[in-house]
Design a protein around this ligand. Structure first.
Ligand SMILES: [Zn+2]
Length: 447
């Protein structure tokens, strides 16, 4: 049987429903799909005549990682204003810098750098929201990555009806434009947060999202201040506010959820809303931590995300997995909380469910899209090997990923990016950074 790619000899963590592990595995890929998964017997290898054979000896083979929350072009501001309080960071640095330096062009090159970084650290799908989403989509398609592309909304001073009509029309145009352009792109709506977007506007946008069965994403309960603000404005907590407007359901992704009371956890569970947990971002900005150990015990679908690189400061989901595990053991005072396999599930099969893509990605099974990564364990950091899940979550970092395949296409092989010119991307971003360094706001910070 003629296939495009055969991956043979690795220790395969399928992350399927039974968490099947196969030693000396054989995977065959035809086009964008996985057509065979099994043990390599030598005989079955001869059945496949592959255009490309990947020898996975010494490697862990696992599904491509799913980053459920990013603002990819924010790599432009990586490290520009760290160790500040959240509001000072946002109002005095990030917002003014965005006003000045975010253009279609800088977004494109920032997104390309982010895509390169993600491929190099094993992420094959990311869920993004930022200005000029069309440019981000272009960067993702050119890079070969899968993207859930959020169109952002901020409120204005307009009356509710006019604003809702205008935003709804923009939302429809956006979804209709992007829903059939590429199999790698899934359009979604992303009103920023209930403190920057009135709930009536959010409700109308949710109705538009529902017309197209599109995802509806929003930041929710990120900080204690946000909870106080929403309580003052509406007399409700943020989760309850969205619930009362009929916004929470299985196609809603609530990002952060750092401040939840018992009732709100119950509402997230009963509405089947999904949650994106951003551990490093919440820790670095000291904005809080989502109690995912409780959410998971209530059956809520949770994925993990890095958030933007101004608040993380990287897209390394392998390292993020370690942080998630450490954080929740620390919070609960219980080292049995979130074992390594459960954490890898958050970054693969659960992340896919958060994005509504579980039928296509998140595990290595026949019929699914071929989003697969290899981690070579033949390096001091990952040697010796007892438990592959532990090795990934507690010992590995993104740079241990050696090969990345998305939608049946090899994007990185043996640490070499196949179709991106990294020198060009880095020099384009450097020219933006050079301008930013000259800005008075930044110069004074580093003087
Ligand atoms: Zn965010």
């Amino acid at each position: 049987m003629e296939v495009d790619i055969v991956i043979s000899g690795g220790l395969l963590l399928t992350m399927d429903d039974n968490y099947t592990v196969i030693k000396g595995s054989l995977i065959a890929i035809e086009g964008d799909k996985i057509v065979y998964v099994g043990q390599s017997t030598g005989i079955n290898e001869q059945i496949f005549s592959a255009k490309k054979i990947i020898d996975a000896t010494g490697c862990l083979v696992l599904p491509g990682l799913v980053n459920t929350h990013t603002h990819a072009p924010m790599v432009l501001f990586r490290g520009v204003a760290d160790d500040l309080s959240l509001m000072e960071w946002l109002n005095n640095y990030i917002f003014p810098l965005e006003m000045k330096y975010v253009t279609k062009d800088t977004v494109y090159w920032g997104a390309r750098l982010a895509c390169a970084e993600m491929i190099l650290s094993g992420t094959t799908t990311f869920c993004d929201g930022y200005f000029y989403p069309g440019r981000i989509a272009r960067a993702a398609i050119e890079s070969g990555l899968r993207i859930v592309l959020g169109l952002g909304f901020f409120d204005s001073d307009e009356d509710i009806d006019s604003a809702a009509k205008k935003h709804s029309a923009t939302a429809r145009r956006f979804i209709e434009k992007w829903q059939h352009i590429s199999p790698l792109v899934t359009p979604a709506l992303f009103p920023h947060a209930p403190y920057t977007c009135r709930p009536e506007i959010m409700r109308r946008l949710k109705q538009v999202a529902d017309e197209y069965e599109a995802l509806f994403i929003t930041h929710l309960s990120e900080t204690k201040e946000e909870v106080d603000t929403i309580n003052e404005r509406y007399g409700l907590t943020p989760v309850k506010l969205l619930y009362s407007h009929g916004i929470l359901d299985e196609r809603t992704i609530a990002v952060h959820c750092n401040w939840l009371n018992e009732e709100e956890i119950g509402l997230l569970a009963s509405s089947k809303a999904k949650v994106s947990h951003n551990a490093e971002s919440g820790m670095k900005l000291a904005s809080g931590a989502c109690p995912i150990h409780e959410l998971l015990s209530r059956g809520i679908t949770v994925g993990i995300g890095t958030d933007g690189c101004a608040s993380n400061n990287d897209h390394d989901l392998v390292r993020e997995m370690g942080t998630v595990a450490y954080l929740h053991k620390h919070i609960t005072g219980d080292p049995t909380t979130l074992d390594a396999r459960s954490v890898l599930a958050l970054a693969t099969r659960m992340g896919a469910r958060v994005l509504g893509l579980e039928r296509e990605i998140g595990s290595i099974e026949v019929g699914k899209k071929a989003d697969i990564i290899l981690i070579d364990t033949r390096t001091p950091r990952l040697w010796p090997l007892y438990n592959p899940y532990s090795q990934i979550v507690y010992a590995a970092c993104g740079e241990n990923v050696t090969t990345t395949i998305c939608n049946g296409r090899i994007l990185m092989e043996n640490r070499r990016l196949v179709n991106l010119d990294l020198d060009e991307i880095m020099s384009q971003v450097e020219s933006v950074a050079e301008t930013i360094r000259q800005d008075e706001l930044i110069r004074s910070r580093f003087d």
